[in-house]
Each structure stands twice: as C-alpha cells, then as structure tokens.
Design a protein around this ligand. Structure first.
Ligand SMILES: Cc1cc2nc3c(=O)[nH]c(=O)nc-3n(C[C@H](O)[C@H](O)[C@H](O)COP(=O)(O)OP(=O)(O)OC[C@H]3O[C@@H](n4cnc5c(N)ncnc54)[C@H](O)[C@@H]3O)c2cc1C
Length: 397
C-alpha cells in the first residue's frame, strides 16, 4: 500500500495473556472456536478488534441465518450453529421459526434461513462465550505472529495501551480475512468485492419484524467504487463513505416511490464493511465446486448450498484438512470465511451456519492438539475430532 519504508526498532513487549488456544476474531466462527475449545478443557482467549461479538453477522447487519437445512427437511447445521440460533431465539430475536427445527427437522417445502435481530445475537453470543469460560479481550487488533521453530510462539497485538504479546500453543485464525495466516507466511488466495451494504429502516408501514427491523440490502452500486479486495485501508475508507452515501440515496428514492414511506429514516448502517470474500488460506485440502458430497471419512461438518432457494441443493462435506494451511506455521488453523474453499464452494462455506461449523471444528481440534502436547495441526487424530463433534451435536453425515 505504501510507497516508501522506514525502519522500526525491535523491542520486548509485555505478555498480556497465555492460553492453550488463542482465537483471533470474534465473529460467528471465532465464537464457535472459543466455546468449543473451552468446553474441551483448553484455557482459551478470544481476541476481537471491536467491542462486540458476531462480526459480519451482527455488525455487518447480515440478518439472515443462512442456511441450516438440506432442502429435504433435514437440519444439517447442528452443534454450536444451532445453539447460537437457539440462544438468540430465547431472547425473542428470531423471526417466525417452526419449532420442528430444534429437533433437527424442517418442513421440506421451504429453506431454513431465519431472520434474526443483530442486537439479540450480540447478546446471545456474549452469554454463550462468557458461560463457556473463555476469556474475551475486546479492542485488540491481532497484528504479528511471532514465529519460533516453525510455530507461532506468541501473537503481537495492538491496543490503546500499546503493543502486547498473547502466548499460546495453538492458534485459530477466525479474522475472516486470514490476517494471521498471511502475516505468518502461510499461502492465501484473494478475492474481490463490489459495494454492498445492509441498512435498516424505521418509520415505515408493515416493517419486517419488531426485532430485526426492515433490513435492506444494497448490492452493487454503479456510482460506488470498483471491485476491491477489502484489505487496502484507503480503498476501504472510500467504500465506507460510498456505502453510506448510496444507502441515503436509496432511502430518498424509496421515500419518493413507496406509499407511506414519507417518514422513513435509516436506523443503522454496518459497523464493519460488508465485504464477502477477502482472503482465505490455501489449505491441505481445497473444497471445490465439484466436491459437493466430498469424503465422508475426514468430514468435520456440512454446508448446505444456500444458492438454491427452491430445489433441493447440494450439501458439501467439509474436511478437517481445509482448515489446515498447506505451508507456514505448524500450529495455526483457519475457521469461518477464510477456510480453504474455491469458487462457488467458497460462497457456500462463507455464510453464517457453515462458519459456525468450521469454527467449532477448529476450536475443538486446537484443544485436542493442546491436550496431547502436539507440535503440529497435522498430528491430530481426526477420528477423535469427529467423535467429539458428534458428541457435541454436530451433523457429520
Ligand atoms: C453483503 C453480505 C451479505 C451477506 N448475506 C448473508 C446472509 O444473508 N446470510 C448468511 O448466513 N451470511 C451472509 N453473509 C456472510 C456472512 O455474514 C459472513 O461471511 C460470516 O458471518 C462470516 O463469519 P466469520 O466469523 O468467518 O467472519 P467475520 O464475521 O468477518 O468475523 C471476523 C471477526 O474478526 C474480527 N477481526 C478481523 N481482523 C481482526 C484482527 N486482525 N484482530 C482482531 N479481530 C479481528 C472482526 O472484527 C470480526 O468480528 C453476507 C456477507 C455480506 C458481506
């Protein structure tokens, strides 16, 4: 990004926390990773750059919990993916859900993609993560992995009080953008995004629901910036300005076009940019469009194809090896929208429910590895992981 360089002096930094498992990023994937690791007995710290949990699902105002069923009446996202939704529903924050989903069933006639309140989801995630016993540290930016002997020994983080180190035995990159992976030298792939922005509107008749509010998506704007990766802060700054301007323009149009909308106003716009696919790891396995079905033996969870609203979709089996970078530090796993999947499969795996699925698997895997004093993520006994996930209610086949 910058044109010239200046030297930075090396220095010793204070250790802020030590844990068995360090999870960077408090989106849905990071929350699932932290809860799964803690429940498996690992001392776990969850690092989040903002002051709330949920990432894009809450701060990005992405209010559709996509997608939990296989289109044939079976709920395929169990475990923490279901628990997060249940806990949000307990707070009255989920719209019109058939109670059958709690028993793993869903009417064959429609897809299970409930709308939820971002505020209820934030609170539900607070509760679940705090109850698990994981330590949450907000307002820390995970910055530089400190590598020794091919492993991450500690993570340098930036805070208002300066730079600190977080020591750990296994690390989960749940930043959504593969920040740890790229800075630790693991191979990554990038993608581009066009301007998107969810915003919620009040003061209109027939609003969608009392808690979710009327959410409007703005996807693609001819006056917006051209495609960006979402990693360049100058491009991102322009994106933020353009996204809000486009939302206000859209509001004015709707006030003119829609009867009863004269008093409409914007309730909120995203507090993190609505970028979909930024960076992801290149893993030992790369889930591809043609892998739908996949290998049963190494499967750590399922992702249903949300792109087919009416016809029964494919269900992807996600292998553990898609969470393991193919090179770089030996003790790093990825979770959520930065796991290893390409093309259409990346689009299927990056939505909320599959992100919780890969987060839960990464957290449990990291805890098992730490318990066994393992050196590398490739040392994992995958059958133990699958057994633990099945016990926790994950759907594996
Ligand atoms: C426009 C748009 C529409 C979408 N629509 C839907 C939909 O309808 N339904 C659906 O299910 N999904 C949808 N998605 C996708 C889905 O919301 C996300 O992909 C998913 O929530 C990602 O979860 P995650 O935990 O992997 O990542 P994120 O939600 O991105 O969470 C990453 C977290 O890490 C934090 N973080 C990042 N870097 C650092 C760092 N260096 N140090 C510390 N913290 C860091 C962030 O603040 C964030 O909290 C949509 C996404 C977009 C952008």
């Amino acid at each position: 990004m910058g044109a010239s360089r200046v030297p930075e002096a090396a220095r010793k930094i204070e250790v802020l926390a030590s844990a068995d498992v360090v999870v960077a990023g408090g989106g849905v994937a990071g929350c699932a990773a932290a809860v799964a690791a803690t429940r498996a007995g690992a001392r776990t710290v969850l690092l989040e750059r903002f002051g709330y949990l949920g990432g894009l699902a809450t701060g990005g105002l992405v209010i559709w919990y996509v997608v939990m069923d296989d289109g044939k009446g079976r709920v395929v996202a169990g475990g923490l993916a279901s628990e997060f939704l249940r806990r949000t529903e307990d707070l009255g924050g989920v719209e019109a859900l058939d109670p059958a989903w709690r028993e793993g069933r869903w009417p064959e006639s429609g897809r299970l993609l409930p709308a939820f309140s971002p505020e209820a989801a934030k609170r539900a995630l607070d509760e679940v993560v705090v109850e698990s016993g994981a330590e949450i540290v907000f307002h820390v930016l995970a910055a530089d992995p400190i590598i020794a002997d091919g492993r991450i020994a500690a993570l340098a983080v930036e805070t208002k009080c300066g730079r600190y180190a977080i020591k750990g035995r296994f690390f989960v990159d749940a930043t959504g953008d593969a920040d740890l992976a790229v800075r630790a030298g693991a191979p990554v792939a990038e993608s581009e995004n066009t301007l998107s922005c969810w915003f919620r509107v009040g003061g209109v008749p027939g609003a969608f629901g009392p808690m979710t509010g009327l959410a409007l998506g703005l996807f693609g704007d001819p006056d917006g910036p051209s495609a960006i990766t979402g990693m360049d802060v100058r491009a991102l700054s322009k994106w933020e300005l353009d996204a809000r301007a486009a939302a206000w323009r859209r509001l004015e149009e709707m006030k003119r076009e829609r009867p009863g909308w004269e008093g409409a106003y914007i309730l909120d716009t995203p507090t993190q940019p609505d970028v979909r696919r930024t960076r992801r790891i290149r893993g030992l396995a790369e889930v591809g469009e043609r892998d739908a079905g996949g290998d049963v033996a190494g499967c750590i969870g399922l992702a249903a194809d949300w792109r087919h609203e009416n016809s029964p979709p494919g269900v992807w089996r996600i292998p553990y090896r898609a969470l393991v970078p193919r090179a770089g530090p030996a003790n790093l796993l990825a979770a959520g929208r930065c796991v290893s999947a390409e093309g259409g499969a990346w689009d299927v795996l990056r939505v909320i429910a599959p992100c919780a699925v890969t987060g839960e698997a990464a957290g449990l895997a990291a805890a098992l590895l730490a318990r066994e004093d393992a050196i590398a993520c490739t040392d994992l006994d995958e059958e133990k992981l699958r057994a633990g996930l099945a016990e926790a209610g994950a759907v594996l086949d």
